[in-house]
Design a protein around this ligand. Structure first.
Ligand SMILES: NC(=O)c1ccc[n+]([C@@H]2O[C@H](COP(=O)([O-])OP(=O)(O)OC[C@H]3O[C@@H](n4cnc5c(N)ncnc54)[C@H](OP(=O)(O)O)[C@@H]3O)[C@@H](O)[C@H]2O)c1
Length: 297
């Protein structure tokens, strides 16, 4: 049987290194998309289901890297990503590396610099879904690094997620995008769950609340572009809804929560932020002014 590299399919061969939950989903998407797919994993048996679906298993990282022009890496941490790629020796030269391993922006940049030093092109990707979401039209993947890799392998990348965006030539930026989304998510989820504790203490079901208050909650997202513009301009003057008008509502929430024996740490933190800004003379500014607190300059 021909190896993946020897077949003459029009679709470029892809190597996937790392077959955990995510790497297996990535390799499966390439297989389903008709790409000759070579796989390598530290624990070789994890490749068995993919081999049964038509993937070629390499015994070594070097063979795996040599098998395809596009080398996709999905392992635990960027230190591991680099260590695994180091094992490929000079086989990396001339390849395109797509690293889909999560970490900090600095870690991604360090891997990018090292890979480029081996004579390979580098693209980093931040996957914004869990493994079952790979391949869905609405799945978002932020890419950063070589626009040539992004362009040359665009159809293959589209198999991973329908919403593929090259956000920067800098390989570190996708991680920042991901963190900004996740940070927004955790903030919103914490607020929602605090609200749920409040409502359920009154016996109100959350589905009923969402039916009634859904548009009000959705309006929050609709306000983000205005906040984004204020932050980008560094101007926080507002005719309505200034910081000082938030204070009574936050204090009410804290008193209500306390009365119901519900944790007040979250609204108390918010109260601290707003009070700090008001005391610094920003009572008439919009909520976006609080960006200055987080910057800690
Ligand atoms: N799972 C998700 O839903 C999801 C979503 C978004 C992003 N991600 C990201 O995708 C990446 C992979 O995550 P995962 O969920 O697939 O993780 P996982 O299921 O825990 O698999 C980890 C992978 O890393 C490999 N690995 C760990 N240490 C290694 C080492 N020292 N040398 C060689 N290989 C090593 C493992 O090999 P063995 O099989 O030999 O242990 C396995 O292939 C992570 O950066 C994660 O944050 C995952």
């Amino acid at each position: 049987m021909n190896t993946a590299a020897e077949r003459t399919d029009a679709k470029p061969a892809v190597t996937v290194i790392g077959l955990g939950e995510m790497g297996s989903a990535l390799a499966g998407a390439f297989l389903d998309g008709g790409h000759p797919t070579t796989v390598w994993n530290r624990t070789p048996e994890r490749a068995d289901p993919l081999v049964a679906r038509g993937a070629d298993r390499s015994e070594t990282v070097r063979d795996a890297v040599a098998a395809s022009p596009l080398v996709v890496v999905s392992v635990k941490g960027n230190a591991t990503a680099r260590a695994v790629l180091e094992a490929s020796g000079d086989a990396l030269s001339g390849r395109s590396v797509l690293n889909l391993t999560d970490g900090t922006s600095a870690e991604a940049r360090a891997v990018a610099e090292w890979v480029r030093g081996q004579g390979a092109r580098y693209l980093h990707g931040q996957i914004m879904t869990i493994a079952p979401g790979i391949g869905a039209a609405e799945t978002v993947v932020f890419y950063g690094g070589s626009d040539a890799v992004f362009r040359d392998f665009r159809p293959a990348l589209a198999l991973l997620g329908g919403r593929a965006t090259l956000v920067s030539a800098d390989a570190g930026v996708p991680a920042l995008y991901g963190m900004a989304v996740h940070g927004t998510m955790w903030g919103a989820l914490n607020g929602f769950l605090h609200g749920a504790a409040l409502l359920s203490s009154e016996g109100i079901e959350m589905r009923r609340f969402l039916d009634d208050a859904g548009p009000s909650v959705a309006a929050l997202l609709a306000s983000f572009p205005v906040i984004a513009d204020e932050i980008d301009r560094g101007e926080y003057a507002t005719p309505y809804g200034a910081l000082q008008h938030h204070l009574p509502s936050i204090e009410d929430l804290i008193r209500e929560s306390g009365d119901r024996n519900i944790d007040v740490e979250l609204p108390a933190y918010t109260l601290g932020l707003v009070n700090e800004a008001v005391q610094d003379g920003h009572a008439e500014d919009s909520y976006a002014r609080l960006i200055e607190h987080f910057r800690k300059e």
